[in-house]
Design a protein around this ligand. Structure first.
Ligand code: PFF
Ligand code: NA
Length: 440
């Protein structure tokens, strides 16, 4: 068999993982999840989750992947034995469903990006009597949505088919820096808007009372958002780490990746909330529609809104693409490793299947809510829980040995990691999962 692929450079792996993490979760989902959760109360819970559970969890996925040098199914089996192939199978399934609707949403962003070339957002709104929601439903479903979903999946398949170095690594080297520069530019511009101050204070002043009062809703929501945004709970980080050859300091890499993802979500909030307030839009309305409806109205009301809107929506598309390739890579690596299928055939085959599963979402928004709610509040938390059980209880020694490669003897720190996983983290995840299922 040919030698397994690997990253060409150290930064290649980091950029790919950052590219996976940063995506619709940061720019589309994070603002409305925050608004639904009552603003800063949610933010506090979410940040705690990222630091206390996201970090140990990303390390767990890294060590599993790097040691096994296999796709998530093979990797879980290598660590835990044959029964774990079912858990791995669920990971692959999550990847399939998640990418199927992720691509449709990305298609909507492409559409809003293209609208910016056709004229101002104000003029588009006029043709819908100023009703941004009517505009959303008109342009986001039906044939055009199918076409853009097709375009987005074709791009994703194309990159993954080219392989780790020539495809994914090359793509993220361009996309991730571009994304960061664009978002920083947008945040600086948002700062200059009239009304920015109101946006910042909505976003950044926590009401402590709101956290304790709603914790049964906030906990699963924050857990779901934390795993979604870090691409955890379905094997992306296992897969990406499986292409590492050298023994790097995974803890350092984990901090870098989480730092970028959190920084960029924060930055996206610094763009979205001032724009909402400057355009006189209340942020806590439309759930998944919030960004489309709210930003269109806001861009229609602001001078320079056409260019800014175009840049904003285009930026989101870049972020979505660098995440979509990681989702397809999970499923593709499974087909390559376990079924012996050639890369380009695997990428195309599973890509087309995923494309078909996404089609219902181009037809009715109800499918999005069904898919997204279930994945997020239930499946990703379940997946993360399984990874924790594996590392905490089934194979802690192997996990610690692997973590110490590239770092050196961790002594009690390693024990702290294992014990944090074994009891408190697993309890929190079980509670989140239970609440998430009840809520769903
Ligand atoms: N982390 C991505 C985002 O925030 O948009 C979404 C995602 C990618 C979730 C890959 C899960 C995943 F496995
Ligand atoms: Na993210």
């Amino acid at each position: 068999m040919a030698q397994r692929e690997s990253w060409a450079t150290r930064t290649g792996f980091i950029l790919a993982a950052v590219g996976s993490a940063v995506g619709l979760g940061n720019i589309w989902r994070f603002p409305f999840a925050t608004a639904d959760g009552g603003g800063a109360a949610f933010l506090v819970m979410y940040l705690a989750f990222i630091a206390l559970i996201g970090f140990p969890a990303i390390l767990a996925e890294f060590v599993i992947g790097r040691k096994a040098e296999r796709n998530p199914v093979g990797a879980l089996v290598a660590y835990g034995g044959n029964a774990w192939k079912y858990v791995g199978g669920i990971f692959v399934l999550i990847g399939v469903v998640l990418l199927s609707y992720y691509s449709v949403i990305a298609g909507w962003f492409i559409r809003y990006f293209l609208e910016g070339f056709r004229g101002s957002y104000a003029s588009h709104l006029t043709s819908y009597n100023g009703d941004a929601q009517a505009m959303f439903f008109d342009i986001s479903f039906g044939m055009e949505s199918v076409i853009l979903h097709t375009v987005f999946m074709a791009l994703t398949i194309g990159i993954v088919a080219l392989g780790i170095r020539q495809g994914i690594e090359l793509a993220v080297k361009v996309m991730v820096p571009a994304l960061i520069v664009l978002l920083v530019g947008l945040a600086v511009w948002a700062f200059t808007l009239e009304g920015a101050g109101a946006g910042y204070s909505y976003y950044l002043s926590p009401e402590v009372g709101a956290i304790t009062a709603n914790w049964t809703e906030l906990l699963p929501a924050a857990a779901g958002q934390a795993f979604f945004t870090l691409s955890l709970g379905m094997g992306v980080m296992i897969t990406y780490a499986s292409y590492l050859r050298e023994d790097r300091n995974l803890a350092k890499d984990g901090v870098t990746i989480i730092g970028f993802d959190t920084g960029i979500a924060f930055l996206a909030g610094l763009v979205v909330f001032p724009v909402f307030f400057a355009g006189d839009i209340q942020p806590d309305e439309g759930g998944p529609l919030t960004i489309f409806v709210g930003m269109t109205e806001a861009f229609a009301n602001i001078t320079g809104g056409q260019i800014l809107g175009l840049v904003f929506f285009g930026t989101v598309v870049i972020g979505a693409l660098s995440s979509a390739i990681s989702l397809l890579e999970v499923v593709t690596s499974y087909a390559i490793d376990e079924k012996g299928i050639e890369r380009w055939k695997a990428a195309t085959g599973v890509g087309v299947l995923i494309y078909l599963i996404g089609l219902p979402v181009t037809y009715d928004i109800i499918f999005l809510e069904v898919y997204d709610g279930f994945i997020d509040a239930v499946l990703l938390v379940f997946g993360a829980l399984m990874v924790m059980v594996l590392v905490g209880w089934v194979a802690p020694k192997a996990a610690v040995d692997e973590l110490e490669k590239g770092i050196g003897d961790l002594g009690t720190t390693a024990q702290a990691w294992v014990w944090a996983i074994r009891v408190p983290i697993i309890i929190v995840l079980v509670v989140s999962l239970y609440l998430g299922i009840v809520e769903y």
